[in-house]
Design a binder for this molecule. Structure first.
Ligand SMILES: N[C@@H](CCC(=O)N[C@@H](CS)C(=O)NCC(=O)O)C(=O)O
Length: 177
């Protein structure tokens, strides 16, 4: 299998963690999705991705962190390699299921149309790709009606359609939608 460009020496000069995303912007290079989103929020605040209200903002950050720190890293490629081919599917299913069990409960009290109320926020930017990974690892999503309802509403938006992980120029053929 060809080595993905993110493991090239050239990419490592952008992000020594060899992880995507890495964004070159305004003369700096940023890795880590939440840092990137917060920078975009502060420098390009239309549309807003964080509510003004401190409590709602904290809830958006909590949900974002739950996904970006509490689920996604545990089913990352480097972790799955360590777990090994035989167990990687069940491992990924277990960590996503355990995270989604908590997330579903939280979203029941925070969601409107989207994760927090009726405006798209940073939490939604974290949710959509994590649901895509849950589908990739064949997690039974029938236990998560709130997560599925929000994801469906997000995928109706053009921004989420064009940025979907299964529709990127370098999406491997077997994952392409
Ligand atoms: N915490 C970072 C992590 C970035 C990350 O884990 N990216 C994944 C793809 S979604 C990756 O490049 N994984 C490669 C690996 O695990 O070696 C973020 O939220 O941006």
């Amino acid at each position: 299998m060809a080595l993905s460009p993110q493991f090239s020496e050239e990419f490592q000069t952008l992000n020594p963690m060899k992880q995507v995303p890495a964004l070159k912007i305004d003369g700096i290079t940023l890795g880590q999705s939440l840092a990137i989103i917060e920078y975009l929020e502060e420098t390009r605040p239309t549309p807003r991705l964080l509510p003004q209200d401190p409590q709602k903002k904290a809830i958006v950050r909590m949900i974002s962190d739950l996904i970006a720190s509490g689920i996604q890293p545990l089913q990352n490629l480097s972790v799955l390699k360590q777990v090994g081919e035989e167990k990687e599917l069940s491992w990924a299913q277990e960590v996503i299921t355990s995270g989604f069990n908590a997330l579903e409960k939280i979203l029941r009290s925070t969601a409107g149309k989207y994760c927090v109320g009726d405006e798209v926020t940073m939490a939604d930017l974290c949710l959509a790709p994590q649901v895509a990974n849950a589908e990739r690892f064949k997690v039974d999503l029938s236990h998560y009606p709130t997560i599925c309802k929000i994801n469906k509403a997000l995928l109706a938006l053009e921004a989420f359609q064009v940025s979907h992980p299964r529709r990127q120029p370098d999406t491997p053929a077997e994952l392409r939608a």
